[in-house]
Design a protein around this ligand. Structure first.
Ligand code: PLP
Ligand code: COI
Length: 341
């Protein structure tokens, strides 16, 4: 399959409309068989549940071209089950997990020209999502839903390549409204938009959210979990019920322990501990592993010893191992890589 003639190496993290997307509708208690369609636009009633009460959830994963020319996805079964958790939390019907994986395969195959070539630095971002579609005016769930998946080729989430980021401690609590912070729902992200705009205006790359109850514990950023490295080479990563259970973070914990022989601590992390860590990073599908050089809290700065120029050594090892597994030149644990073609 011919690839599109795109400047793969210079893609940012943006939306590029492709020709094909997947759609399936839920009506009268059942999902239809689903199809690949051409229309990128959705026409819905003005009173659809998604518009009135933000009944919408999503996922994010990527397709990669491996060194030996296969097209693969990374642990899509975990996205299927997390979407199912999000659906249950928002009183939406679950899109069957086996059908989710089949739909990912169909939509990637339909967009092969957009899967970036091996070594280009770009990947195909895959965005599954679901919304309430019929009119709802009393506060209650919709009866009809649409599940869709579009894809878009992307480059790095943060501009500036692998340059360490500057994160500020957010004054705004990213609402985890009614305890929904641990799912991927539209409303959770809407409540972080003000914080991200003001962080950028003030020259920061992202926000560090603290736990809203005590403001003493590190949670996550707007689109990624945190990882930290201690002086004695342990990987530490925050545990909280109000952060998204990142698939990348769970994979890094496994890689640290089983590939790099590190001790891994998944536990509450106090803001006051940050000054003792030697490296910090963000992790997620979009962020991959992005190093953090500095955390700013009003007039106080914490600068990690790894500095503002390059990724710390341990972060780099984790990055190389994780991306090596994703791109097929390091052997993956059983079941992590799903070959599409
Ligand atoms: N945290 C938030 C708020 C996110 O939006 C994401 C991205 O989906 C992550 C963490 C990272 O999760 P994952 O590694 O599953 O992409
Ligand atoms: C992802 O990594 O898939 C996300 O949803 C994060 C978002 C900031 C793009």
């Amino acid at each position: 399959m011919e690839k599109k003639n795109l400047d793969w190496a210079n893609l940012g993290f943006g939306y590029m409309q492709t020709e094909k997307r997947y759609v399936s509708n839920y009506k009268n208690g059942a999902w239809d068989e689903g199809a690949i369609i051409d229309d990128a636009n959705i026409v819905l009633n003005e009173c659809a549940g998604v518009f009135q009460y933000a009944q919408t959830i999503f996922e994010g994963l990527k397709a990669y071209t491996t060194e030996d020319g296969r097209t693969v996805t990374f642990r899509p079964d975990l996205n299927a089950s997390r979407l199912a958790d999000s659906a249950r939390r928002l009183e939406m019907p679950v899109f069957p997990e086996d059908r989710f994986i089949d739909a990912i395969e169909q939509v990637v195959k339909a967009n092969m020209e957009y899967v970036p070539p091996y070594g280009s630095g770009a990947t195909l971002y895959i965005r599954p999502y679901m919304m309430g579609t019929n009119p709802v005016i009393g506060v209650k769930p919709a009866d009809e839903y649409q599940f869709r998946i579009f894809v878009t080729p992307v480059g790095p989430y943060f501009k500036g390549g692998a340059k360490p980021l500057t994160i500020r401690v957010s004054d705004f609590d990213r609402a985890a409204p009614h305890g929904t912070g641990h799912i991927k729902a539209g409303l959770n992200y809407a409540m972080s938009l003000h914080a991200i705009v003001s962080a950028h205006e003030e020259g920061f790359d992202e926000n560090m959210y603290l736990d809203p109850q005590t403001r003493t514990k590190v949670e996550e950023t707007g689109g990624a979990n945190f990882i930290f490295v201690t002086k004695d080479n342990k990987l530490v990563t925050p545990k909280s019920d109000s952060i998204l259970p990142s698939i990348t973070r769970r994979s890094i914990m496994y890689v640290a322990e089983h590939y790099l022989g590190m001790t891994v601590e998944h536990r509450e992390v106090y803001y006051d501990e940050l000054q003792d860590f030697v490296e910090a990073g963000l992790c997620g599908t979009a962020a991959v592993i992005s190093p953090v050089g500095k955390v700013v809290n009003k007039d106080k700065e914490i600068c990690f010893p790894s500095g503002m120029d390059v990724m710390g050594d341990v972060t780099k090892k984790l990055y190389d191992t994780l991306t090596g597994i994703q791109m097929g030149h390091i052997e993956a644990p059983e079941g992590w890589i799903k070959t599409i073609c």
